[in-house]
Design a protein around this ligand. Structure first.
Ligand code: 0A1
Ligand code: ZN
Length: 876
């Protein structure tokens, strides 16, 4: 809580001392765990002999400290809140320490803590320093041997990284297990779990024929929720072999489900720890979306074994080196196991809403930041998702074969090392022969590039002139921006033929689709031999993370919606068309003018509904209007009420005009098949549920009856939750109240389902939501100490645009109250929760003042470095 200081990338110094081997002994106790460490330490050849040894350590009681067996006197070392420093040490020595800590009081959930009575750890990024004194930085890699001692009754299962090598009983009802991890790793990948856990076990045979035992450890009542994660793990293991030639490297791979966890999951070597919400799934309790999330996160953590663990980051500024690459890998995996266009649509839709907003706000930062105060604040959409978009651009620029060769080179050259983003990009440049120097700016420049595009067809010469101008808006601390190397995948769609036209650029024949490279501020591309007037289809499959503006007419968009050969751009044309109509309606609402529905949107939707869909999941996405958050992102000043009113008007107009079509789509996609999270079933349910949403938006008797029927049928959680949401979000409290009651009573025993129950009711548009949130905060199933509960109730409320942004400021005040309390309990979660308040510049003056004064109220508190950094930036 003292004055937090930033860390700068430019200050990076290699470590003066290496730890070659680490031995730890944990004597577990909720209030007084003892940790003994025995570290083999060596001075680096490059370091001077008088270089002091600096070890990180926080919130530890130091009981003993020895070098080569001799205890150190108090004046041999200096101890501070941040760690310890020993002025003179030998070139090679053994350091022993003994510390005490209290896992039960650890509500920050970093380091060693307790969740539902079980012991577990979270060390990334800097949690290991809360376990023992150590050089807590990713470029210090060591082998580990870990002894865990626990109570035989309370902690029958004792786990750590690597392979189990010994176990046995001790006196006083205690027992122990010894684990050895032969792969050198940074301490952020250390993990320990101890508790009353039960396992499901399976096996995987690697491509070289080795047998790997797979174990999923959960609390007993969750044993029936493990099948999907296990299946996902096996698919991920096979995929990494086939796509990247990467095999697993230990004989045992374990996943543990933990109820209290700050993030989704953690890739600790051989012992992944998961937020229970990211691993448990059963048809009765989890939606299709949750099944897909589990599959994606299981794969993500598994893929880290190579992209992150075998090759890790030199320092935390390089975080996107492992995260951007691993997200790209998990996205490709999910695209292959599900519907590829839908996966891309969903990822981009989320990206353009949430990452664009981050990039436009006060916490905007480059994919490789150059300074930070609190690293946990940098596990962001920019580092993860924009980082993945950069890797995707690289892959598209060099082509898959060169990309794969570059990846092989990267893994071979840097195995067992802690490296930088340049090291990765260099491998891609070498494998492809491309000059990627301008491309590197993507890593250092924050903000979303905007491209203004103009096209002209020259009938006389049969030429199409496409002019692109790029600019990146200023972001905090970064005013001037240089032009980026932006790959733009495109085609020209003939307006007569409806087909992609053959492309000739500067005399070169390029086929029907190409990637043009925008490198300058402005460039004109002249396509020759263009036989008919085209509509350009630009940025296909979202080939770069930019905002692209092109003055499409509504007719152009309606044309692309059906004719574009790129599925992603067909969807995007629909979104753009809907946005034009929404813009008019938002203006009408603000001006108090009668709203009139654009018939072109209705006709476009009619066409979509009347054709036999090739991919029902894509159709469901195409029939889904841009979210309020996405619409808000497009407005200069966000008018939450006008956006809500305009979107509701469009929904209801479409529902009235196309009621029969939606009814037919609903009927055609009902099914009584037993639930399976297959792409076919998911597609069918999505389409059916989108249709039901439209029908419920006008609340006609038949729609209501279908919705109530679907809720009561209890076929699977996807359908039940969707129906529940529609009932609760309707204006009919006679529908909402009994449905909530039934659901809440039925699932009172299951916290992950109760999270859904919280979220559904606090995201309804009706004005009673603030009171509901307050009431639910006192519900026995709620706890501020559990991050999932906080996200489900408070986080979801802050996403409820009309209610969070109430003009009396009570929504903001409630969030600030919670942030202030969480600042003491769990600073990491507190800092994340503030995000919506940091976006105050986007709103009208009244709301700006209200939001800022809540930020100032938070600022007056004694703050954790996490919350301090976010609030400082938001008010700068
Ligand atoms: N590396 C993990 C994410 C993670 C990061 C930090 C955590 O605690 C502060 C926990 C998990 C991943 O990318 O999955
Ligand atoms: Zn990750």
């Amino acid at each position: 809580m003292s004055d937090p200081q930033p860390v700068y990338l430019s200050d990076y110094q290699p470590p003066a001392y290496r730890v070659t081997h680490t031995e730890l002994t944990f004597d577990l106790d909720p209030a007084a765990t003892r940790v003994k460490a025995r570290l083999q330490i060596e001075r680096q050849a490059s370091a001077n002999a008088d270089e002091p040894l600096k070890l990180d350590g926080e919130q530890l009681t130091l009981d003993a400290l020895l070098i080569d067996g001799s205890p150190l006197a108090d004046n041999d070392y200096q101890l501070s809140e941040k760690g310890l420093r020993i002025e003179r040490v030998p070139a090679r020595f053994t350091l022993e320490s003994e510390v005490q800590l209290s896992p039960k009081d650890n509500t920050a959930l970093e380091g060693l803590y307790q969740s539902n009575g079980m012991f577990c750890t979270q060390c990334e990024a800097e949690g290991f320093r809360r376990i023992t004194f150590y050089p807590d930085r990713p470029d210090v890699m060591s082998t580990f041997k870990v002894t865990v001692i626990g109570d035989r009754e309370r902690e029958p299962v004792l786990l750590a990284n690597g392979n189990p090598i010994e176990q046995g009983d001790l006196e006083n009802g205690r027992h122990f297990a010894v684990w050895e991890d032969p792969h050198p790793k940074p301490c952020y990948l250390f993990a320990l779990v101890a508790g009353d856990l039960h396992k499901v076990e399976d096996h995987f045979t690697t491509q070289s024929g080795r047998d790997v035992t797979l174990q999923l450890w959960v609390e007993e009542e969750n044993l029936q929720k493990t099948d999907h994660a296990m299946g996902s793990l096996k698919r991920a293991m096979a995929w990494d072999e086939q796509a990247y030639g990467r095999e697993y490297d230990l004989d045992l791979f374990m996943i543990v489900a933990v109820n209290d966890f700050n993030m989704g999951a953690m890739e600790n070597k051989g012992l992944n720890i998961f937020n229970s919400a990211a691993v448990l799934a059963h048809p009765d309790t989890a939606t299709d979306g949750a099944f897909q999330t589990v599959e994606g996160i299981v794969a993500h953590e598994y893929f880290h074994n190579w992209s992150g663990n075998r090759v890790t980051c030199r320092d935390w500024f390089q975080l996107s080196l492992k995260e951007g690459f691993t997200v790209f890998r998990d996205q490709c995996f999910s695209a292959e196991t599900n519907s590829a266009p839908v996966k891309r649509i969903q990822d981009v839709s989320f990206f353009r809403t949430a990452q664009f907003a981050e990039d436009a706000g006060p916490t905007a930062h480059p994919v490789r930041p150059d300074h930070y105060i609190e690293i946990t604040n940098f596990y962001t959409l920019t580092i993860y998702e924009k980082g993945a978009e950069i890797v995707r651009m690289l892959c598209n620029l060099v082509g898959w074969d060169a990309f794969r060769q570059g990846a092989d080179r990267y893994f071979a050259r840097f195995d067992g090392q802690a490296v930088t983003i340049e090291d990765f990009v260099d491998c891609m440049a070498e494998a492809s022969g491309l000059d990627l120097s301008q491309f590197m700016r993507w890593y250092s420049q924050a903000g979303t590039p905007e491209i203004d595009a103009h096209g002209e067809y020259d009938y006389a010469h049969g030429e199409y002139h496409l002019t692109l101008r790029q600019r990146t808006p200023a972001t905090p601390g970064q005013v001037d921006k240089d032009p980026l190397h932006i790959p733009i995948a495109m085609g020209l769609v003939g307006t007569k033929s409806g087909q992609d036209l053959a492309l000739t650029l500067e005399g070169e024949k390029l086929g029907k689709e190409t990637v043009i490279h925008l490198r300058d501020d402005e460039q004109t591309f002249v396509f020759t031999d263009v036989a008919e007037a085209p509509v350009p289809s630009l940025l296909r499959n979202f080939s770069a993370p930019v905002k692209l503006h092109f003055p499409y007419s509504r007719e152009d968009l309606a044309f692309l919606l059906t004719q574009d050969s790129d599925g992603f751009n067909r969807w995007d044309a629909g979104q753009r068309l809907a946005m034009l109509a929404l813009d008019d309606l938002i203006a009408a609402h603000r001006n108090g003018v009668e709203k009139v529905m654009d018939s072109r949107v209705v006709e476009a939707f009619r066409t979509l509904l009347s054709n036999t869909p090739s991919d029902k999941a894509v159709l469901a996405e195409m029939l889904t209007l841009p979210s309020e958050a996405y619409i808000a992102e497009q407005q200069p000043i966000v008018d939450v009420d006008a956006i809500h009113a305009a979107r509701e008007f469009v929904r209801q107009s479409l529902a009235m005009a196309l009621r029969d079509e939606f009814m037919a789509a609903f009927e055609a996609n009902r099914s009584s098949e037993p639930y399976a999270p297959t792409p076919e079933q998911i597609a069918q349910r999505s389409l059916k549920n989108v249709a039901l949403s439209y029908l419920m938006s006008i609340e006609d008797e038949q729609g209501v009856a279908l919705c109530e029927g679907q809720f009561a049928a209890n076929h699977n959680m996807t359908d039940v939750r969707h129906a529940l949401t529609l009932l609760v979000h309707s204006d009919r409290d006679d529908l909402a109240t009994p449905a909530l009651k039934t659901f809440g009573e039925k699932w009172a025993h299951d916290p992950l389902v109760m999270d859904q129950w919280f979220t559904v009711q606090v995201s309804r548009p009706q004005p009673d939501v603030l009171d509901r949130v307050k009431y639910l905060m006192a519900h026995p199933a709620f706890s501020l100490k559990n991050p999932n509960r906080v996200r489900a109730l408070i986080g979801a409320f802050a996403q409820n645009r009309v209610n969070f942004h109430r003009l009396d400021g009570q929504g903001y005040a409630l969030l600030a109250d919670v942030v202030i309390e969480l600042n003491r309990l769990n600073p990491e979660i507190a800092a994340r929760l503030i995000t919506p308040l940091t976006r105050w510049q986007r709103f009208d003056e009244t709301r700006q003042d209200l939001m800022r004064s809540e930020l100032e109220r938070i600022q007056r508190e004694p703050l954790s470095s996490n919350v301090y950094e976010v609030v400082e930036k938001a008010l700068a």
